[in-house]
Design a protein around this ligand. Structure first.
Ligand code: PLP
Length: 464
């Protein structure tokens, strides 16, 4: 008999959602230039733009805001956060930062020098930017399967050890300051890394005297996939699995805005005392005193509590299953998407969805706009618009993957909301040939996806 699981929390405060009519959404979409980034939150019904900083806090977290210690130096809330990170992540030294990229900045400044190579399991935008700003070159060492949206692999975020070994041979260990291992891999669709792979990477790096620094942003989600898929872990708690994961690393950067269940915050952690001492110096310059690092006392208090809540086995089980609950419905209806379903989002394959459109008609942008028009659900384009133009030729970069991301915030929506999203996507899929392409009317010179404006190439976006 089927046994379903429900949200392991009940609702204490509600935030009413705006429910616009089709005509009102049409107006809003038009004034946003058919770009979901430019829609106002007040016009959005279900917001799946990102899982970053959008988590719902618990009653205990809201309560902890009141006991936050706002002392400039030596805040009690800092010691609570430090203790939470030490206990749950296991590192000796911790420094607070305003968010994940604050930690990336400090780590990259201290470790990356011009001419260095920083291997990683697929890039992330801000992480790579910091490595490059310090003169480093990012090298992708993820397994080939990660670049194919259709291949079903349990641990699609794994490092290809042969790629890493070849890089070490080619450029020399002394030119590799550290390996940056993301758990899970955001840009591959929230795909996890296996415990065995973490261990193998760590052993290889130790042999060559290279540090392993995790991008721990979605580490709890990664731990759940290990529990589910890797032999020997099904009976272990998430907390135990997480501790073992971090034992195969020398430190991490962390965005609290994802798995730590808060709206702002982050940290840098490590075991090496010398690196810690030098990092403290830079925290003072870029973030704040090492006992607040860009966060208010109350934010540190809420993050400490969020870290403990994030390793609750029931919480994370529901989290992963909710993403899958949405994905499975779409899969059953034949909607093309990235497989397997990852930890934080469903990525729809807009190229296959709108196969009648040329990539230069911005299929993912069109699909994201059509989804908003149909139901008020906001998704994000990850395709030709995000990829920008080639610096030398001035032509559009035409990426292989043309996708929209439906990112699920943590503890925010119920499975009924997921049903609404599924119904809308499926309805659009059934009349997909009626969805028309867009033309770009305004193109900003950098990071164009944020501010670009579009209009339908024909009279309307969806021909009803
Ligand atoms: C969000 C994110 C970061 C950066 O964190 P911020 O808190 O947004 O600065 C780094 N790596 C990954 C994989 C992320 O998803």
């Amino acid at each position: 008999m089927r046994r379903r699981i429900a949200e392991p929390y009940k609702i204490k405060a509600v935030e009413p959602l705006s429910m616009l009519s089709y005509q009102e959404r049409e107006e809003a979409l038009k004034s946003a230039g058919y770009n979901t980034f430019l829609l106002d939150s007040k016009d959005v019904y279900i917001d799946l733009l990102t899982d970053s900083g959008t988590s719902a806090m618990s009653d205990k977290q809201w309560g902890s805001l009141m006991v936050g210690d706002e002392a400039y130096a030596g805040s009690k809330s800092w010691y609570r956060l430090e203790e939470a990170v030490r206990e749950v992540y296991g590192y000796k030294y911790v420094l607070p930062t305003h968010q994940g990229r604050g930690a990336e900045n400090i780590l990259s400044q201290l470790k990356v020098k011009p001419g260095d190579y920083v291997p990683g399991n697929m890039y992330f935008t801000t992480t790579r930017a910091h490595q490059e700003m310090n003169g480093g070159t990012f090298v992708d060492v993820i397994i080939d399967e990660a670049h194919d949206p259709q291949i079903e692999v349990d641990f699609k975020g794994n490092v290809d050890l042969n790629k890493l070994k070849s890089l070490i041979e080619e450029v020399g260990a002394h030119n590799i300051p550290y390996v940056c291992l993301a758990v899970t891999v955001n840009m591959a669709g929230g795909q996890p890394v296996s415990m065995k792979n973490m261990k193998d990477v760590y052993e290889l790096c130790q042999h060559h005297g290279i540090d392993v620094m995790y991008d721990a942003t979605r580490c709890v989600e990664n731990a759940y996939f290990i529990k589910e898929r890797e032999s020997g872990y099904s009976e272990k708690s998430i907390k135990i699995i997480l501790k073992e994961m971090f034992s195969y690393s020398d430190g991490c950067t962390m965005s609290g805005k994802k798995d730590a269940l808060v709206n702002i915050g982050g940290f840098l952690a490590m075991n090496d005392e010398d690196l810690y001492t030098r990092s403290r110096e830079l925290v003072v310059v870029y973030e704040g005193m090492p006992t607040y690092g860009g966060m208010a006392g109350r934010d540190m208090e809420a993050m400490a509590q969020g870290i403990y809540e994030s390793v609750d086995d029931h919480y994370i089980e529901h989290r992963i299953h909710q993403v899958r609950y949405l994905g499975d419905q779409l899969q059953e209806a034949g909607v093309p998407m990235v497989r397997p379903i990852g930890g934080h989002a469903i990525f729809l394959d807009a190229k296959a969805f709108l196969s009648h459109l040329d990539q230069l008609e911005f299929p993912a942008q069109s699909l994201a706009a059509a989804l908003y028009l149909d139901s008020g659900v906001r998704a994000m384009e990850r395709g030709i618009v995000s990829a920008g133009r080639n610096k030398d030729t001035g032509e559009h970069n035409q990426p292989k993957l043309e996708m929209i991301r439906l990112t699920i915030p943590r503890r925010v929506y119920t499975n009924n909301h997921m049903d609404v999203v599924a119904d809308s996507v499926i309805a659009l899929y059934e009349k997909r040939e009626k969805i028309k392409g867009l033309q770009m009317d305004y193109e900003p010179p950098t990071l164009r996806f944020f501010n670009a404006r579009f209009s339908p190439k024909e009279v309307s976006l969806i021909h009803n």
